[in-house]
Design a protein around this ligand. Structure first.
Ligand SMILES: NC(=O)c1ccc[n+]([C@@H]2O[C@H](COP(=O)([O-])OP(=O)(O)OC[C@H]3O[C@@H](n4cnc5c(N)ncnc54)[C@H](O)[C@@H]3O)[C@@H](O)[C@H]2O)c1
Length: 336
């Protein structure tokens, strides 16, 4: 039997995919989550002896301190996620993304939870005109990115002989998840192609690194299973150079894929102005060279998968608030 992994935020978009993969690899899992977006994604584990589910908020020191006792490794995904969500709840964002994260890392160190993996984001780069590696200057354009940077810094300061944290600066994710999000660029475009027979692009010239949520989960498993001396105190960009895209390229790929699946032409509307200032291309050489990490999934595959889930009615109404982080809404009306 392998050692227990505590996945904090395990009911989320990435967390629910990662928990599936950890179980496939025979890790017992503890999920700690406050279920901001409901429990549907992890309901299937309610009577599963391999999974312990704890409902609670990571801002509750007493609870977090107790929950980590049975775990050997800790993966911290829980956060107020995305620029709009953090802008709508700034206090909760600072408390969760920075203060609670710092507290969890400190407790892990004191309690000898050596392997600690922290979910950060390539949004920390904000705007940049070169291909950015992990040493590039940080240029956050949102509170979300600022809190992630503060957490990275405070966690890395704790590195010692018994605490080996790893920071994962992930690309923007896409693809189907048991906890679906339609506020991520690929998923949004696929949804509007399906529901409104059009794709709206704002700006379109901005670069963005993208990665399938299943590939992201695989990256966490790579780090979990890597030699501790390799990953100790490291920051990794997580993704692949091939999936640095201009937003308008993404719309073209999705337009083609959905036109083919639906048997009708899906037009792409390009608006010149963009509300989203982020524009960056990222190098993923370090994680490729040090951990042999390669992605295996693509945007067109994900668009097809999401289209099928909408068409078959697995997701009844993609416009429900629960699929958009900034509403903080938990009510999900699904078929089945
Ligand atoms: N999805 C992406 O494109 C992306 C890209 C880069 C980085 N990330 C990072 O990956 C992590 C996971 O993102 P996601 O897309 O799965 O987001 P998500 O919003 O789907 O999941 C976050 C989970 O954390 C939980 N949570 C939030 N605040 C909590 C609190 N105070 N106490 C306990 N649980 C709490 C929520 O209930 C939710 O289940 C985040 O840290 C995010 O910053 C995501």
């Amino acid at each position: 039997m392998k050692n227990t992994v505590l996945v904090i935020g395990g009911a989320g978009y990435l967390g629910s995919v990662l928990v599936d993969k950890l179980l496939e690899r025979k890790y017992p899992v503890t999920i700690l989550d406050s279920f901001i977006y409901g429990k549907r994604s992890i309901e299937k584990y309610c009577n599963d002896s391999r999974v312990e589910i704890v409902e609670g908020d990571i801002r509750n020191i007493e609870l977090v301190n107790a929950v980590m006792n049975n775990a050997s490794s800790v993966i911290l995904l829980a956060a107020v996620v995305g620029d709009p969500a953090s802008a709508s709840r700034p206090e909760q964002t600072v408390e969760t993304n920075y203060l609670a994260s710092q507290m969890i890392a400190s407790a892990c160190r004191l309690k000898g939870k050596n392997r600690f993996i922290y979910a950060s984001t390539c949004s920390v780069y904000g705007i940049g005109n070169k291909t950015l590696d992990e040493s590039a200057p940080l240029n956050p354009v949102s509170l979300y990115a600022k809190t992630k940077i503060s957490s990275e810094q405070s966690i890395l300061q704790l590195v010692d002989n018994n605490f080996s944290p790893t920071i994962m600066r992930m690309s923007t994710l896409y693809g189907f998840s048991p906890r679906m999000r339609f506020d991520l660029v690929v998923n949004t475009m696929t949804m509007t192609a399906y529901a409104e027979n059009r794709i709206n692009v704002f700006g379109g010239e901005q670069w963005r690194p993208l990665m399938h949520v299943k590939d992201a989960a695989d990256a966490y498993i790579k780090v979990l299973e890597a030699d501790i001396d390799i990953i100790k105190g490291k920051v990794y960009n997580v993704g692949s150079e091939e999936q640095n895209y201009k937003i308008k390229e993404v719309s073209e790929i999705i337009g083609k894929t959905i036109s083919k699946s639906a048997g009708r032409d899906v037009p792409v509307n390009i608006e010149k102005t963009s509300m989203d200032a982020r524009d960056y291309r990222v190098s993923f050489k370090k994680i490729r060279d040090e951990l042999n990490f390669h992605v295996t999934h693509t945007i067109d595959e994900a668009a097809k998968e999401i289209y099928d889930s909408l068409k078959s009615g697995i997701i009844k109404d993609p416009k429900q608030k629960v699929y958009y982080n900034h509403y903080f809404d938990a009510s999900e009306d699904l078929i089945g």
